[in-house]
Design a protein around this ligand. Structure first.
Ligand SMILES: [Zn+2]
Length: 119
């Protein structure tokens, strides 16, 4: 995710978090199709459709999404809060070298703790 964020500068990077049972084992960068990619992100809808289809067919679970904040903090922005759907997915937000994880709950974003393992 940090590499995707660095590669996308000065734009926001975005992508999908795949895994199973709450364990993310892959972060897949996806094209940011936002009209203003310097300030916003929008995951390429085709990539989302493909991920949902793969999940239905027994592939990895779509646990959530990541995006970067080229300027600002590793926390949900007012835009992120406005656009969140409350679907319970995990959001990872990258800013500088900081990465934070959140659940998109109906009541708002709740920060998650996380642990990185080698396996
Ligand atoms: Zn954001």
């Amino acid at each position: 995710m940090r590499m995707a964020a660095a590669d996308a500068l000065p734009q926001e990077a975005c992508g999908l978090l795949l895994g199973a049972s709450g364990i993310i084992d892959r972060a897949v960068p996806v094209r940011n199709v936002a009209a203003e990619p310097l300030r916003h992100f929008e995951i390429d809808p085709q990539a989302l459709i493909d991920a949902h289809r793969a999940e239905r067919q027994g592939g990895p679970e779509l646990i959530g999404y990541f995006h970067s904040h080229p300027v600002g903090r590793a926390a949900p922005s007012p835009t992120d809060r406005a656009r969140a759907s409350g679907d319970g997915k995990v959001w990872a937000i990258i800013a500088k070298d900081d990465v934070t994880f959140w659940t998109d709950d109906p009541e708002g974003f709740a920060e998650l703790s996380y642990r990185i393992t080698d396996s």
